[in-house]
Design a protein around this ligand. Structure first.
Ligand code: SF4
Length: 491
């Protein structure tokens, strides 16, 4: 779970990269970094929120018109300062790289790099492995290439990456003396969007980012997506080269639409906001079929990701939408805080029930998802404590049954309530009168109903256990789960 951005501009980019990170902050709150280039690389990194890491003075020192930035929530590797992206290497050229996703064959790649290629890995991060793999593929004696020749070399490197690197990877890289590079894994699992703006002098500036949430603010026009398996190269002179080097089925992550992305984002040509509205509509239809005699008095979203689905569900059921739970906006989202203890503690700070909205009512809570179940249970208790006569629970996605190994923090099966309990047991655990999850086909329909998209079928592995990359067998799942546990224990 990370956010990244790369900008090629006619003017210094540091402040715009900072703004980009502010607009990507929801994708990771653990750490952030910016790397720019002018004469040499300029780098600033730190732990915590973007606004706390970068001061005006630090931004002024990040010189140059090309740069990349990253905000992190770790799903692989450790939690220390050394794992903060962008990573960089001085050979060849000088390359800085930022990555969103997870490499599922990290272990094999790391072994290969350290034994065969004589490189030293300083961290457990799969991004460092990806950087070294990429750097080795660009390392030839003749480094004096024109833009087209360099693009051809990049294409050869990417063909090897697509052949050997498994998992999810959306990447931006800065290469000294060469420019900005972006690529996306062949199934397009994690998002990567493009934007363009006039530089006022007949040329253009470019941005490539995880979401288009900063485009309006920075004056960029959306220009679609980096396609699955596509390489884009923007040379130092502003020439743009692109080629789709690998074609597989297009399976972007559906959880981006359920929970992760900001509602104003458009990913893979599908509006996140509209997808969430449709999730609420589909859930309402399913509710009417399943519990025709059980219509609540009010519908309360578990704020704030579920607001949109709850609103459309309320409209479809003809029920009043209520903000009966007030969310303190100054507390980070619990899902993306590392460590269970912090997660538990933060909920009582975060949500306050409104008695006038709840007392004496049959209340329905709509949440985007239930992962571990403890947050949902606390919300139900809050409503009962404040006088709800009945509590129903509707979930905008199906039961989360399996971990994500493609870059979202859905950890191990042992922690997932739906992996360990039956529907009745979940209902009892949550202490709800009625419980309804979205059907998987209704969720897919909600995302794919509209938009000029080319999605074949979204990745829904955390719901249906159908991992979309070919290496994911039982043995691999166990190996990756164990790696995740070890990473967490080292925290
Ligand atoms: Fe997204 Fe779930 Fe697939 Fe991970 S497993 S990429 S969270 S849909």
């Amino acid at each position: 779970m990370c956010g990244l951005a790369g900008i090629y501009s006619h003017k210094p980019v540091a402040a715009e990269l900072y703004d980009s990170l502010i607009h990507l902050q929801h994708r990771g709150q653990d750490a952030a970094g910016i790397t720019t280039y002018k004469n040499h690389m300029h780098k600033t990194k730190g732990m915590g929120l973007v606004r706390d890491i970068f001061t005006e003075k630090k931004i002024k020192h990040l010189k140059g018109n090309i740069g990349i930035a990253h905000t992190r929530y770790p799903t692989h590797g450790g939690f220390g300062h050394g794992e903060i992206q962008p990573f960089w290497t001085s050979v060849p050229y000088g390359i800085a790289l930022a990555h969103n996703g997870n490499l599922t064959n990290y272990k094999e790649l790391a072994k290969n790099i350290t034994s065969n290629e004589s490189r030293y890995l300083n961290t457990n991060s799969d991004t460092e492995v990806l950087l070294h793999f990429f750097a080795d593929l660009l390392h030839y004696k003749n480094q004096h290439l024109n833009d087209k020749e360099f693009f051809d070399r990049l294409c050869s490197a990417l063909e090897k990456i697509y052949e050997h690197i498994q998992g999810a990877y959306s990447v931006v890289a800065l290469i000294i003396g060469k420019g900005l590079v972006a690529f996306r894994d062949p199934q397009g699992i994690r998002p990567l969007v493009k934007g363009i703006r006039s530089n006022g002098n007949g040329g253009h500036d470019y941005i490539i980012a995880s979401e288009n949430t900063m485009f309006y603010h920075l004056g960029f026009e959306p220009e679609g997506n980096v396609l699955p398996g596509e390489l884009i190269y923007i040379s130092e002179q502003g020439k743009v080269f692109s080629k789709r080097l690998a074609k597989k089925s297009f399976n972007p992550c559906i959880f981006e639409y359920v929970y992760f992305a900001r509602p104003d984002a458009t990913l893979n040509d599908v509006s996140v906001y509209r997808a969430r509205l449709r999730m609420g509509q589909n859930l309402a239809e399913r509710w009417k079929k399943t519990y025709p005699d059980k219509i609540p008095d009010i519908i309360i979203p578990a704020p704030s990701t579920a607001n949109t689905a709850a609103l459309s569900m309320a409209t479809a059921l003809g029920v009043r939408y209520s903000e009966g739970l007030y969310k303190n906006p100054f507390i980070g989202r619990t899902f993306i805080m590392p460590g269970q203890k912090v997660r538990k503690k933060s909920l009582s700070y975060k949500l306050t029930p409104q008695v006038t909205e709840i007392a004496g009512k049959k209340a329905m809570i709509v949440d985007d998802s239930i992962v571990r179940g403890n947050t949902s249970r606390e919300i139900v208790r809050m409503l009962r404590d404040f006088g709800a006569t009945e509590v129903y629970f509707a979930v905008a996605c199906p039961p989360v049954q399996s971990p994500c190994f493609y870059g979202v923090d859905i950890p191990t099966r042992a922690e997932l309530i739906a992996s360990n309990k039956t529907m009745d047991e979940i209902k009892q655990y949550l202490e709800v009168d009625l419980l309804l999850y979205q059907e998987i086909e209704d969720l897919a329909e909600a995302v794919m109903r509209k938009g000029d998209h080319h999605i074949d079928r979204p990745c829904m592995a955390c719901f249906d256990k159908h991992y979309i990359t070919s290496e994911m067998n039982n043995e691999k799942i166990q190996e990756l789960e164990m790696m995740r546990i070890n990473d967490r224990n080292s925290y």
